[in-house]
Design a protein around this ligand. Structure first.
Ligand code: NAD
Length: 464
């Protein structure tokens, strides 16, 4: 796609208020592929104003009509899937096949699910002598990360639109082209002017201005815990609603009765997909002590299939590459054993990191506690089920996880004891309707499905 040199505000591409731009870099070859405007507080203000003006009309639009617009948006995403996939590959570095199936494919499912939900959801309930109206929260400030450039946008914008809210989006500075493409899709789908607005820009400038804007009613943020904490504090100070999707350090718990080879293979694939840049990735693999050596051998064999530049792409930026290599060095320094990969870059050009497997990782090591956001898996040995549970729950995070056992009921019993927002049982499939979000410091609120829709609604009770 051709980059826009303006902002999408009030249904048009308008020149940015300031002269600054952001260079977009292809992480596979380190070439600058485009420039987008770096928005200022004035651009954010324009966009919030447009969203505020559009709010009464959109909130009063019958849900069936909102549903039809979201369905039209879904159809544009389908029609432009190739362009979306190519754009994600260009600015994120994901292999094209992953961009086609996941980066372009999942948002179609999510947008489709909200087209259906908007039409079928009960925006009015009865309880006792009351009627409860579920009304849109208002103007939403959405701040998204780069790891799933379109999914993160659609997972906020689609439910917000379904609820009758209007939106200002500030996408990640590393992947603004996909966000511009999304704004084109919104336009093509015929959404009324001002219902969706896009301001590209830097986090501490445009992001901060959006989070702090007094005319924004709800801030929905996905990204790092450090920034999330700051946004939560700002929103709390202004008594406005906030939803936070933060980091994770999910455990993949392989119980002794499980199909070990399958659990290890799927576990490695889960982390290597998207170069490990997935907040819900199962980066800690917990294996019973009697099966540990076999699991290490299986993991070494499984990871060998992920050849950098072929099946696995680079990280998004030089900064992330450096950060992840720093964690690998730290793992070695703290005494973990490298089974595959290591801190050396596997290719001369591009922000690649070697797919890395660590064994002899103990639960308190930095690599077992902190989110790495790269293709790095830590194999941790447990003594018995209680020990596995203690390790699984022993981080500040609680976003996702997995349990494997021969008997589904055995896996479910373990999953019930995990402090985490999602658990995949024996490699369960992705469900766009399942609520996604964190326990503990992984966040506040839920995305996707009806739970994700309710985040954008507030209640009004009428008594009779
Ligand atoms: P980040 O939190 O810095 O950025 C996420 C979004 O917030 C971006 O749009 C950014 O511009 C914006 N932002 C940054 N500073 C801001 C501020 N002060 N006020 C308002 N908005 C601001 O994340 P990052 O630097 O892109 O990635 C760093 C780490 O975040 C990763 O290593 C990973 O641990 C984590 N991360 C998590 C997820 C997730 O889905 N949970 C996604 C991406 C990154």
């Amino acid at each position: 796609m051709k980059a826009h040199d303006g902002m999408y505000i009030g249904g048009q591409w308008r020149p940015a208020r300031g002269p600054d731009t952001i260079a977009v870099v292809n992480p596979a070859d380190e070439q600058v592929i485009a420039h987008v405007p770096a928005g200022t507080a004035d651009d954010v203000d324009d966009a919030v104003r447009a969203a505020r003006e559009a709010l009464p009309g959109w909130a009063a639009t019958p849900p069936a009509e909102r549903a039809a617009r979201i369905a039209a948006l879904r159809d544009v995403l389908v029609a432009r899937a190739d362009e979306i996939a190519e754009t994600v590959t260009a600015e994120l570095g994901a292999p094209l096949q992953l961009s086609q199936t996941v980066h372009a494919g999942v948002p179609v499912l999510v947008a489709g699910s909200y087209a259906e939900l908007a039409a079928s959801y009960s925006f009015e309930e009865k309880t006792g002598n009351s009627t409860v109206l579920l009304e849109p929260v208002g103007v939403v400030g959405a701040i998204t990360p780069w790891n799933y450039p379109l999914h993160q946008v659609v997972a906020k914008v689609a439910p917000a639109l379904a609820a009758g809210c209007t939106v200002v989006l500030k996408p990640a500075e590393d992947t603004p082209l996909t966000a511009q493409l999304f704004a084109e899709a919104v336009d093509e789908a015929g959404l009324p002017a001002g219902v969706f607005n896009l301001v590209t820009g830097l986090g501490p400038v445009a992001g901060q201005a959006l989070a702090a804007h007094e005319d924004v009613d709800l801030v929905s943020f996905t990204g790092s815990t450090a920034v999330g904490r700051q946004i939560g504090a700002t929103a709390g100070g202004a008594v406005k609603r906030v939803a936070l999707e933060l980091g994770g350090k999910s455990a993949n718990v392989i119980l002794p009765s499980a199909d070990l080879a399958k659990a290890v293979n799927v576990g490695i694939a889960n982390v290597m997909s998207n170069s490990g840049q997935t907040c819900s990735a199962w980066t800690r693999m917990l294996v019973h002590k009697d099966q540990y050596d076999e699991a290490v051998a299986l993991a070494r064999a499984a990871v060998a299939k992920y050849v950098p530049g072929e099946r696995i792409g680079p990280l998004v930026s030089a900064k992330q590459q450096q950060r992840v290599r720093g964690y690998i060095e730290k793992g070695v320094a703290e005494g973990a054993r490298l089974v595959a990969g290591g801190p050396e870059a596997p290719r001369e050009t591009g922000y690649y990191v070697s797919p890395t497997v660590f064994a002899d990782v103990t639960p308190e090591m930095t690599i077992a506690q902190e989110e790495i956001f790269g293709p790095v898996v830590s194999l941790i040995k447990y003594e018995d089920e209680d020990d596995a549970l203690r390790i699984a729950n022993g981080t500040v995070y609680g976003l996702a996880g997995a349990v494997w056992a021969a008997d589904e009921a055995e896996a479910v019993a373990f999953a019930r004891r995990m402090d985490t927002g999602q658990v995949d049982i024996n490699g369960g499939r992705f469900n766009p309707l399942a609520p996604f979000g964190g326990y503990k410091q992984s966040g506040v609120g839920r995305e996707l499905g009806p739970h994700g829709l309710s985040e954008y609604l507030q209640t009004k009770s009428l008594q009779f």
